[in-house]
Write a protein that binds this ligand. Structure first.
Ligand SMILES: Cc1cc2nc3c(=O)[nH]c(=O)nc-3n(C[C@H](O)[C@H](O)[C@H](O)COP(=O)(O)OP(=O)(O)OC[C@H]3O[C@@H](n4cnc5c(N)ncnc54)[C@H](O)[C@@H]3O)c2cc1C
Ligand code: FES
Length: 253
């Protein structure tokens, strides 16, 4: 249930240059793919909360994994253990589990953040999971051992070849789309999601993608986050109708 939470920061870790993992005391009963709206300042500047996916949650812990890209995330990164963080959530749709025995999960960059929760749910459901993790370079493949521990098959791709295969991650994942009776899940940059959706459609796999957009209210009121979709409705809100959508529904520009 959507709720305002004030949770104490237990740990703020730099997991790679520009990437932080924040552990908070208190659970928020989120599903894989959902997010929270974080108030990054005690004042009204910046005015808007920042959306961050739930990376991992238990009854008494909430973990966020984020990249510092601008003022809001820099303010978040400056927060210390012992301080209290104001969060609204859980928000948005989640990744559905299906009756397929296998899953192909494709992550691009910080898109891996919400997929950790999904990998845990798939493992718990007894699915055979192949995880394809792509990033610009080795340093940006975050928490590799933790992701690897959750899946049967783990593969990496980097743009510069500093870890795994020098390729785009969709190239690496293509044989799995063809050979496995799997549901496909993905989160990452738009060009990656567009290619994942194309491959899933070509091989006849169900596919769910988590989209990013710049959010304002985060609760469906302002229409600031709409994306074009196929069919009659034409536009849907990323914050409440998504961020997870069936790939066949999304109109990738
Ligand atoms: C549903 C959802 C879940 C998200 N989960 C995570 C997560 O788990 N970890 C994480 O690191 N980030 C996540 N993001 C992105 C994160 O919200 C933005 O990076 C953050 O709001 C940027 O705030 P800022 O003030 O630091 O940057 P700003 O100063 O607002 O912007 C800095 C730069 O980042 C770009 N930017 C800002 N917001 C977004 C966005 N939503 N998508 C793409 N580019 C953006 C701006 O155009 C600008 O170039 C998520 C976004 C959404 C919509
Ligand atoms: S951010 Fe306001 S409707 Fe989605």
């Amino acid at each position: 249930m959507l709720k305002l939470h004030k949770l104490k920061i237990i740990k703020q870790e730099l997991v790679a240059p520009g990437y932080q993992r924040l552990t908070l005391a208190g659970g928020i009963a989120a599903l894989a793919g959902q997010f929270v709206q974080v108030r990054v300042s005690e004042t009204c500047d910046p005015f808007l909360r920042r959306p961050i996916s739930v990376h991992h949650c238990t009854e008494d812990r909430l973990v966020l994994l984020y990249r510092t890209v601008g003022r809001g995330t820099a303010l978040l990164a400056a927060k210390k253990a012992g301080e209290t963080l104001d969060l609204l959530g859980p928000l948005g749709s989640s990744f559905p589990l299906t009756d397929r025995p296998s899953a192909v999960v494709v992550a691009g960059g910080i898109g891996a953040a919400p997929l950790y929760c999904l990998l845990q749910a798939l493992k718990q459901a007894g699915k055979q999971v192949s995880f394809f993790y792509g990033a610009r370079n080795q340093a940006e493949l975050l928490l590799r051992d933790e992701y690897r521990a959750l899946v049967a098959n783990y593969s990496e791709a980097t743009d510069d070849g500093s870890a795994g295969t020098r390729a785009v991650v969709t190239q690496l994942a293509t044989p799995a789309f063809a050979s496995l009776d799997a549901t496909v899940y993905a989160c990452g940059p738009s060009p990656m999601l567009r290619e994942v959706a194309r491959l899933a459609d070509y091989y006849g796999r169900s596919c769910f993608v988590s989209l990013e957009a710049q959010l304002a209210c985060g609760v469906g009121a302002c229409l600031g986050c709409v994306v074009p979709v196929k069919g009659q409705e034409q536009y849907r809100r990323v914050c409440v109708d998504g961020p997870v959508f069936a790939a066949g529904e999304v109109f990738f520009c």
